[in-house]
Design a protein around this ligand. Structure first.
Ligand SMILES: Cc1cc2nc3c(=O)[nH]c(=O)nc-3n(C[C@H](O)[C@H](O)[C@H](O)COP(=O)(O)O)c2cc1C
Length: 323
């Protein structure tokens, strides 16, 4: 399939694996890129420029296809060494960066000068337009369904994607709730040039996370995610579990008085326990409503090949017959 996104990134299929904390390691990124999509290493999971450099080199040894690095810009009193991480991205010759979180404008000149293509993840049309204004090459439009941080507007993709299509000049992919060929074809009908998946890629054989996490996603239905940290204006969609219920009880009791320190036990340092040690109930971790559409753990190649074959079938057979 040829779209503005496959052309922009030099990939075969318009499918991107979004950056995911403690999931987006070299093994997964390389598997996605080798299968013709765009794999992404999660920069902040590595933390330091030295570790990111090693992870990028590992990925380069596993694939000769294009892959990217995710840089999530978080509000922080002691921010990660973003300039150092960017320096390593440039030095190692990575040509695609997925930015997320805060406005990446201050870092754009260095990346653009190095010929890096930037796709910024946005949860609203106004942020997408801002990304376009500051020179991003594409955006990943993340609807309310998404795993992770859906923002505070709560606009699902059936509205958000056509609104983005009406306003944007740069290409965008649909993100949030994407799982299969139906998602891809629908996203394209709504104006997207491809799709970005997070949760779906965790439940694959190539994702270097504990099997308990994959099974938790397979076992979950579309009713099993919760929104946390709304009163901190840092809303996150996570998989429900006893720790999340205890966190929500605190949120309810404290209301607007809630501070981050009140919920630190349920959210801080959780990812290594969940993803590496296989304790999915250790705390709150991002997961999309799309879990309700996930019932198997294929290889990344099987997943992407099936999506592309079925998309072809939907477009050429089912939709064609309807007109
Ligand atoms: C476990 C997990 C961790 C994530 N970590 C990050 C992250 O560190 N940075 C980021 O930009 N997005 C992160 N995301 C969001 C994904 O990149 C992607 O936008 C989102 O999962 C799309 O929604 P979906 O899960 O419905 O496919 C994360 C998502 C999940 C499920």
């Amino acid at each position: 399939m040829k779209t503005k996104i496959t052309e922009l990134f030099g990939i075969e299929h318009p499918i991107i694996q979004g950056g995911m904390h403690f999931v987006g390691f070299a093994e997964l990124a390389a598997a996605v890129s080798n299968a013709g999509g765009l794999g992404i290493i999660t920069g902040l999971t590595q933390g330091t420029p030295e570790k990111l450099e090693a992870e990028i080199k590992k990925c380069q040894a596993l694939t000769d296809k294009p892959f990217g690095v995710n840089l999530t810009f978080l509000p922080s009193l002691t921010p990660p060494d973003y300039p150092g991480l960017i320096e390593v991205i440039i030095k190692t010759g990575v040509k695609i960066v997925e930015t997320a979180g805060r406005n990446p404008a201050v870092h754009m000149p260095a990346m653009k000068e190095a010929g890096i293509k930037i796709i910024h993840k946005c949860t609203s049309v106004r942020h997408s337009l801002k990304a376009q204004d500051i020179g991003c090459d594409a955006v990943s439009v993340d609807g309310f369904e998404c795993g992770g941080h859906p923002g505070e507007d709560d606009i699902p993709n059936f509205i958000l994607l056509p609104r983005a299509a009406d306003e944007l000049d740069i290409p965008f992919v649909a993100s949030g709730g994407m799982a299969d060929a139906r998602s891809l074809v629908a996203a394209m009908a709504l104006g997207a040039e491809g799709m970005n998946m997070g949760t779906r890629f965790i439940a694959t054989q190539d994702a270097p996370v504990h099997d308990n996490v994959k099974q938790a996603i397979v076992n979950a239905s579309e009713l099993d995610t919760r929104l946390i940290m709304r009163s901190l204006t840092n809303t996150e969609r996570v998989l429900n579990n006893p720790a999340v219920e205890s966190l929500l009880a605190k949120e309810k009791a404290l209301g607007d008085e809630l501070k981050f320190e009140d919920i630190v036990d349920e959210v801080a340092g959780v990812y290594p326990k969940v993803m590496i040690h296989g304790e999915p109930e250790a705390g709150a971790w991002s997961c999309g409503m799309v879990a309700g559409l996930i019932s198997d753990v294929p290889t990344v190649k099987e997943l992407i090949d099936t999506i592309m074959a079925e998309a072809d079938e939907i477009i050429k057979s089912r939709l064609q017959q309807a007109v």
